[in-house]
Design a protein around this ligand. Structure first.
Ligand code: OAD
Length: 240
């Protein structure tokens, strides 16, 4: 079968997980509430007060693991898109998320890049080795590789650090002919510039958001991700 696209890249942000019960960053009740970004999301913040930073991410991890938090239809439709494209077409597909939750993989997405890291992973500051974590992380935690306490940090990208897999992401953006950004405010670079890079290389660019972000895309679809994403996926798949 033929697809109208050779290569599709989708970027997601906190808005796609909002309907699953995870607050966005910049909403009035957002994740940074009560904390300055510098305190909990920078290497300097971790150096100054590692206990506070661990507490912040421990609470995020507990919230994510709450039984009520589940993928919503926007996550599952993106997983369906990936699987349908794989079985029915030659279209390449890449899902890039800025989210550190695991809702895309729980919904079944596999071709997924967590450019800002993952809440359910921790990393040794000595060796860079990455381990799974589902419980609280503290300064007493003994690292499995270096056998030292205090060396483990959340495997998340903080401000001032370089997002993960940037080479792979840039190659995909330059090669794609369809790019969609879902539920992201376009405040944080480099992700906020992905639409422009894809556009420069000829992609159709589409924004799906609750409201206007002021970012420049060919098309804007406003509404809840649980409604706009299934509509977009249906539109792509009906042309297969
Ligand atoms: P933001 O909190 O900045 O933006 C969330 C966006 O989602 C907003 O534009 C909302 O309008 C939109 N939104 C909210 N609910 C929605 C829904 N139900 N359906 C569709 N859209 C909805 O979150 P991000 O753009 O993801 O980085 O933030 C980017 C980065 O800033 C994060 O990854 C994080 C933060 O600093 C790091 O920590 C490195």
């Amino acid at each position: 079968m033929t697809s109208p696209y050779k290569s599709i890249v989708i970027l997601t942000g906190a808005g796609i997980s909002a309907e699953s019960g995870i607050p966005t960053f910049r909403a009035a009740d957002g994740l940074w509430e009560n904390h300055a970004i510098e305190e909990v999301a920078t290497p300097e913040g971790f150096q100054n007060n590692p206990v506070l930073v661990h507490q912040f991410y421990n609470q995020r991890r507990r919230d994510l693991l709450h039984p009520d938090v589940k993928p919503n239809s926007a996550h599952s439709e993106l997983a369906r898109l990936e699987h349908q494209l794989e079985s029915l077409s030659n279209t390449r597909f890449m899902l890039i998320t800025q989210n550190i939750d695991n809702l895309h993989e729980r919904a079944g997405s596999r071709k997924l890049i967590h450019m800002h890291g993952e809440l359910l992973k921790m990393r040794c500051r000595e060796t860079g080795l990455i381990f799974d974590i589902r419980q609280d992380l503290t300064l007493d935690h003994i690292c499995r590789c270096c056998r030292q306490p205090g060396n483990l940090r959340p495997h998340v990208v903080w401000f001032g650090e370089i997002p993960l897999a940037m080479n792979q992401i840039e190659q995909a953006l330059m090669a794609c002919d369809f790019f969609a950004a879902i539920g992201t405010s376009g405040n944080v670079y480099p992700a906020a510039g992905f639409n422009q890079l894809a556009k420069r290389y000829g992609a159709r660019t589409v924004e799906l958001n609750l409201e206007s972000t002021g970012s420049s895309f060919d098309e804007h679809h406003y509404g809840k991700a649980s409604e706009t994403v299934p509509a977009l996926v249906n539109e792509i798949l009906k042309n297969l």
